[in-house]
Design a protein. Structure first.
Lengths: 147, 446, 481
């Protein structure tokens, strides 16, 4: 795995089924990660999720300005032979989306926690992050999903 | 006779291998009550010679275009089919394979479908096409549903001069989804879609406007004008086209169509009492991920060589299930192959000749009818190779009377257009000779 | 390597088909059609000669897998042998060269065939009425669900918004549900079959219908089927039978007798009409009496010995096809039924089921067999253990089979089996073919342990190496333009 500039997760503490789960962020049941950056939350999908999906070919992401509610659909992620919904891990307003992914969706496979980020949400309530899993709980969750 | 190849010895050996005393044992999960009533009352089986004799006898009860001189139209036409078309589609490789789920095993058919898509794009001047839908009617239904999804609007405006069967099928599709289809009237005297009525009806709740070129009456429409009205309201413009006519007529891409659809039967398919047919579907790139049906793409293999595969599959039911763009799975691949071979066999010059000869002969016939005064060409707008004839008597009766005398015209228009109860469609293809055209005039006169 | 495209071998001036010279007075096109309607440049279609076209497609044919060439155990698709005589029959001018608007008195042979085939399908399905109009299986599904909606509406019962489908269902089922503005409720299977508790919890007075395939996509007969349909009816919902797997039960069970209200047939599966590289197929629908008023129009009727089309069904859902469905496909199915008779069809199902069980028995120690038999016409194996042990997945096995001249089984479906390998041998394969296939699968599994890299790179002997489907979808190139 290459070094990242955006996520900057040097301290990887968890691993499940050979996938990386950095502990500098929180995780949703449906395999999104959410990383707090002051009052902003950067969102992507986990290494486990990209591995399950396989080669990602297309993403449908919300335009900046769109209000979102935690647990509501945010967009979709398509691989060659699967599609999954991307659910908002926190509520707020989308302030940025990763334009780079339109031309290079493979970044999600290559660097899910870094260049493969999807959107940034400005959240009024960072406490929502607490309702998500930490890395070790998420590692457990991946173990259970795999069986 | 069946096509089960097992010898008695193999049958017994296999039963022993699975530990079954008899084959009935393998059906033990089926409740007894069901097994008792399951014997169907069907005719006794026939041998191949008996079968052929039976089928010939039954087929002889039909009067095909070998028995009746065909002037029938309305979407399907008696056109010449080059021998090479039947030869290619009859090859077991194309005939007996299935959808190319494993691209490495089926590069040939994939390439053939890719070439089909390419030729449909050349013909329509649209940037992309799918690998077929069921027929022109389902293509209209799918186009409206695509437009509704794209615009998030729930009303479609469809010209009343667009094929009634296609409108009927689209109605079945759309009514199920709560999408309203509003008909745009045609101008009574000319047969053209009433663009003033369209202008009055189109607003920001309309997902698309659909017209046919030439329309169901054979009349040429102002497609550019209609497209402009659609686009001004933020609606998509759907052009239903007759593929042979595109040998000479302006293509949908030139007048701003967002989706071009059509019935592909004239491209080398036998009429077959109306099926199988070929739904043509081409569109702008912007709606690519909403397109229904299979799409073939060009790519490379791991060694970097050119290769083909089904692509954008995440749109489809086998992956997206209830969120798929359509429920379509099996479509009309072999018919698409026939169309590609037909277009290659004719080429641009041949296609133009087919379209031109059809038009010339149709106009010759219309002129002869006008001169003789036996029947009236009802609609005044310019037509291409099909027109509406007023027979002065109920259309169904005229069709029946002419069929008794060896000429097939129609369909009669009364069912779909009560105001044209005395009218029938007359279509002329390149197949008709001057003698046959004169013959029809003579029969109408007598 | 792929062949050059037709366009790339084309040269200006080459021709294949030529027309006779026109025999009406030559008139300039501009005299007939206002010039603004005419296209400025001809479409850029290939200009090629007939020998070049023949060669082109012969080479493409060489690179196209098909039933005549080899074993095609593509689960769920019933890739059985397509009888040659049926092609000869479908090409008879009386069928092929008939315009659909030919007046009924001149199309009595066709109307007779349609009436008889509809009757036979209703008989085989244990139903009361049928239509040939739906042009494919999914169109038949849509037609049935659309009729459910019309039926409930006709009774003023408009609170029903959901259709239940099991998690093992074909994707077309939930997609057809959406096409009727219903919501699909997916229920979990247990032990490979419908879980009655799950079904009971999902049922309610807002359920319009249930869609079931029986035997299901795991090749298992739903042993509780009578109770299942009773539960569905008790909730006021309709039961639809997906006829995809009808090849398993002819002469042994009829959907109508199970209690189903509507069903579709796949003529291209059960009755051996060619799959055409992805169609045309045909998806006729058969229903019980209470749904008959909602069938598509027009319907073939007989009055005083004469056959005609009747449009007078005010409750009909309308048309689902431009004309009368894929008629030339129906002609082939009609001939197939006449060739077999009831006994012959029973023998078809018996051989299909015997073949599937024989394969399952032989391969159960080579791969995982997540659900025990007896199987009906197909079985679902799994490469999950092999994948954890060697990293070789169902997809690698599928690609390796291509090198042996076998079409891959269906992989990764049904979704409820991980690393699924769904094998449907059909009745037209001999024991020798099955034994050969068994030996090949064992060899591939052996290779997974000895030389997995070779398998990861398979196929090695097809016309191309493993195709990059990700690039195709990321950067779609859909035409030669």
């Amino acid at each position: 795995m290459p070094n990242h500039t955006v996520g900057g997760h040097s301290d990887i503490t968890q691993e499940a089924h050979g996938v990386e789960i950095p502990d500098d962020r929180r995780y949703g049941q449906t395999h999104e990660w959410a990383k707090q950056e002051s009052d902003l939350v950067r969102v992507g999908i986990s290494d486990y999720a990209q591995g399950q999906l396989g080669d990602i070919v297309f993403l449908e992401l919300p335009e900046p300005g769109r209000p979102v509610q935690q647990g509501e659909p945010l967009g979709t992620v398509e691989s060659v032979k699967a599609v999954c919904d991307l659910w908002a891990p926190v509520s707020g307003e989308v302030v940025e989306m990763n334009d780079e992914l339109a031309d290079r969706p493979e970044l999600v496979n290559e660097d899910p926690y870094g260049q493969g980020w999807m959107v940034v949400i400005r959240t009024g309530d960072v406490s929502e992050l607490a309702s998500l899993m930490d890395a070790s709980a998420y590692a457990q969750h991946c173990e259970e999903s795999a069986t | 006779m069946t096509y089960v190849p097992h010898s008695d010895a193999d049958w017994s050996a296999m039963l022993a291998a699975v530990g079954a005393g008899s084959v009935e044992d393998l059906f033990r999960d089926i409740p007894h009550s069901l097994r008792e009533t399951a014997v169907a009352n069907l005719p006794e089986p026939l041998t191949e010679p008996e079968l052929l004799a039976h089928m010939r006898g039954l087929a002889r009860k039909n009067d095909s275009v070998e028995d009746l001189i065909c002037f029938a139209g309305g979407g399907l036409y008696d056109r010449f089919i080059p021998s090479i078309v039947a030869d290619v589609v009859g090859r077991p490789e194309f005939l007996t394979g299935y959808t190319q789920y494993q691209p490495e095993a089926s590069q040939g058919m994939l390439q053939a479908l890719f070439e089909y898509q390419s030729m449909i794009c050349e013909l329509t001047a649209m940037p992309m096409a799918n690998a077929s839908l069921y027929d022109g009617a389902s293509a209209l239904g799918e186009a409206i549903l695509l437009a509704a999804g794209e615009t998030q609007r729930r009303r479609a405006l469809v010209s009343r001069a667009l094929a009634p069967a296609a409108r009927h099928v689209a109605q079945t599709y759309c009514s199920a989804m709560g999408i309203e289809i509003v008909e745009v009237p045609y101008v009574a005297g000319s047969g053209e879609t009433d663009l003033d009525a369209l202008r009055a009806a189109v607003d920001d709740e309309v997902c698309c406007v659909a017209l046919q070129q030439p329309n169901y009456f054979g009349v040429l429409e102002d497609m550019e004008g209609a497209a402009g009205l659609a686009h001004d309201a933020g609606a998509l413009f759907v052009a239903q086209v007759e593929p042979i006519s595109l040998g000479i007529l302006r293509p949908p891409g030139a007048y701003g169509a967002d989706i071009a659809i059509g019935e592909g039967q004239p491209l080398g398919l036998p009429m077959g009492y109306g099926g199988p047919l070929l739904g043509l579907f081409a569109c702008r790139q912007e709606v690519m991920r909403r397109v229904p049906g299979r799409i073939v793409g060009q790519t490379v293999d791991v060694a970097g060589n050119l290769a083909y595969c089904l692509t954008l599959q995440a749109r489809e039911q086998h992956i997206r299930r209830e969120k798929a763009t359509s429920n379509i799975c099996t479509s009309e691949s072999l018919c698409a192959l026939a169309a590609a071979v037909y277009l290659a066999a004719l080429g641009p010059v041949g296609l133009r000749e087919v379209a031109e000869q059809s038009a010339r002969k149709a106009h010759y016939l219309a002129d002869r009818l006008r001169e003789s005064g036996v029947a009236r060409v009802r609609l005044a707008a310019p037509f291409l190779s099909e027109f509406v004839l007023d027979t002065g008597a109920p259309g169904e009766e005229a069709v029946a009377r002419l069929a008794e005398r060896g000429y097939l015209v129609g369909p009669a228009l009364g069912r779909a257009y009560p105001e044209l109860a005395n009218c029938v469609l007359v279509a002329v293809t390149e197949q008709r000779t001057r003698e046959e055209l004169d013959g029809l005039v003579g029969v109408l006169a007598s | 390597m792929p062949q050059p495209t037709l366009l790339s071998i084309a040269q200006t001036g080459k021709r294949c088909t030529r027309l006779p010279a026109g025999d009406v007075p030559e008139r300039d096109l501009a005299d007939l059609v206002p010039v603004h309607h005419l296209r400025e440049a001809s479409p850029r279609l290939p200009e090629v000669s007939e020998p070049e076209i023949a060669r082109h497609y012969a080479l493409l044919a060489r690179d196209t897998f098909n039933i005549d060439r080899g074993f095609y155990p593509l689960g769920s698709c019933t890739m059985k042998y397509n009888p040659k005589v049926n092609e000869r029959i479908a090409a008879m001018p009386g069928w092929a060269l008939l315009h659909p608007d030919t007046p009924a008195p001149h199309a009595q042979g066709t109307l007779r065939l349609i009436r008889e085939l509809e009757g036979w399908l209703a008989e085989l399905g244990g139903m009361d009425a049928a239509t040939l109009q739906p042009p494919a299986g999914a169109a038949g599904e849509f037609c049935c669900v659309r009729m459910f909606r019309a039926y409930h509406d006709s009774r003023g019962d408009e609170r029903r918004t959901r259709i239940i489908v099991p998690d093992s269902a074909h994707g077309t089922n939930p997609a057809s549900v959406t096409r009727c503005a219903y919501t699909a409720t997916t229920i979990r299977s247990s032990g490979g079959r419908v879980d009655l508790g799950e079904l009971g919890r999902a049922l309610g007075d807002d359920v319009a219908g249930v869609m079931l395939t029986n035997p299901n996509t795991l090749g298992l007969f739903e042993t509780d089927i009578l109770q299942i349909v009773q539960m569905v009816h008790a909730a006021g919902a309709m039961a639809y039978y997906d006829g995809a797997n009808m090849n398993a039960i002819m002469g042994y069970a009829r959907p109508g007798d199970m209690g189903f209200d509507a069903m579709h047939f796949n003529l291209h599966k059960t009755f051996a009409t060619p799959h055409g590289g992805g169609g045309p197929g045909a998806g006729p629908v058969a229903v019980k009496e209470h749904l008959a008023p909602f069938l598509p129009v027009p319907r073939a009727v007989e009055r005083d010995g004469a056959l005609d089309w009747d449009w007078d069904y005010p409750q009909s859902i309308g048309r689902v096809h431009s004309y009368h469905g894929n008629f030339l496909v129906a002609v082939r199915a009609y001939a197939y039924l006449l060739t077999h008779g009831a006994e012959g069809l029973r023998r078809v199902s018996e051989a299909a089921v015997l073949n599937a069980n024989y394969l399952a028995e032989a391969l159960k120690d080579t791969l995982d067999l997540p659900h025990a038999g007896p199987f009906m016409h197909e079985c679902v194996l799994s490469a999950q253990s092999l994948a954890s042990e060697t990293g070789i997945r169902a997809l690698d096995i599928a690609k390796a089979l291509i090198d042996y001249g076998v079409h891959a089984p269906t992989v990764y479906f049904p979704l409820i089996v991980k690393e699924a390998i769904m094998v449907e041998p059909t009745e037209t394969e001999s024991k020798a073919t099955l034994d050969w296939f068994i030996a090949i699968v064992r060899e591939i599994v052996e290779q997974a342990r000895s030389d997995p890299q070779l398998l990861r790179e398979a196929p090695h002997h097809a016309s191309v190496r493993r195709v990059d489907e990700a690039t195709a979808a990321r950067h779609p190139k859909l035409t030669w333009g």
